[in-house]
Design a protein around this ligand. Structure first.
Ligand code: R1P
Ligand code: URA
Length: 291
């Protein structure tokens, strides 16, 4: 039996996993991830009961009950590097026995929903709208550190994407993963759908110019225009590809739902980001309590 050493699976004196500071029994089977730590309480305020509140660094977790559903909300902070920590630790909490430090013989599958903010890449997806990501397409490189394989359709989308955007190996090896179909089907009404691109930064990697010149100034246009059969890019942000990619490799069901706060085609920014996020939170919780 492969025993995972103390330096790899780090468990603190509370018996909790290192970064999230959660014990296995403190995690629910449905997990909502948010970037902004303040968004955790903005979601758990709707719970009928909160049983656990933990905080370590930018990772705040509230576990509670909404109707019959036990849910954990956890903040990830910004970026795919944080998702590497959060997804691995969430998985360890359900699929590794902390006493024997071995992988459990029967693996569990979490439902993981990201509730985030995002930039629209389509004129017809306005600020304050909600988007469900059919795929997470990463130009952030995280998944390339893990052995992974794409199916034929995904390989073709990536080939077309690299040719069209000229985002070649100078930048990244783009990768793509589909959303969980069993979750996506619950988030159709009131949601735009499309590929969500995940970038390793908010400024240059999303084509924003303040004082520095860009190596790929056409990036926004190329993402906006990308079309391969029915596949088009709707929006971009900084976590989805890593959640979808790692989530799928680990056997979890993942879906990314985002409120649009910026439209990069019409150059608008939302007048009330808090209201846009609150609207998304209400829609997600309403849907979640229905299945
Ligand atoms: C950038 O402002 C942050 O906002 C988006 C991006 O993915 C990035 O994390 O998501 P959150 O609002 O969930 O943090
Ligand atoms: N989050 C991002 O990453 N980009 C945006 O444009 C808006 C929110």
């Amino acid at each position: 039996m492969n025993i995972i050493p103390e330096s790899e699976l780090i468990i603190n004196s509370r018996g909790a996993i290192y970064h999230l500071d959660l014990r296995p029994e403190e995690l629910a089977p449905t997990v909502i991830t948010v970037g902004d730590p303040d968004r955790v309480a903005a979601i758990s305020k709707y719970f009928d009961e909160i049983e656990v509140k933990r905080q370590h660094r930018e990772f705040i977790s509230h576990t509670g009950r909404l109707g019959n559903k036990r849910i954990t909300v956890v903040s990830t902070g910004i970026g795919p590097d944080n998702i590497d920590i959060v997804l691995n630790e969430l998985d360890a909490l359900v699929n590794i026995d902390f006493t024997s430090r071995t992988i459990k013989p029967e693996l569990a599958s979490l439902q993981i929903l990201r509730v985030g903010t995002s930039g629209s890449l389509k004129a017809d997806i306005p600020v304050d709208a909600c988007v469900a990501g059919t795929h997470g397409l990463g130009i952030d490189n995280l998944l390339n550190y893990y052995r992974h394989e794409n199916n034929d359709e995904e390989k073709l989308i990536i080939k077309e994407f690299v040719t069209h955007t000229q985002l070649d190996s100078q930048f990244a090896q783009p990768y793509i993963t589909q959303a969980s179909a069993s979750l996506l089907k619950h988030f159709v009404t009131g949601f735009h759908q499309g590929i969500t691109v995940t970038c390793p930064g908010f400024y240059g990697p999303q084509g924003r110019v303040l004082r520095l010149g860009l190596t790929n100034p056409e990036l926004i246009n190329r993402l906006t225009e990308f079309q391969y059969g029915p596949f088009r890019i709707s929006n971009f942000e900084m976590e989805t590809s890593a959640i979808y990619g790692l989530g799928k490799l680990l056997g979890h069901h993942c879906l990314s739902l985002n409120a649009i706060v910026a439209n990069r085609v019409t150059k608008q920014f939302t007048k009330d980001g808090a209201a846009a996020v609150e609207n998304l939170i209400k829609k997600v919780l309403e849907q979640l309590s229905a299945f």
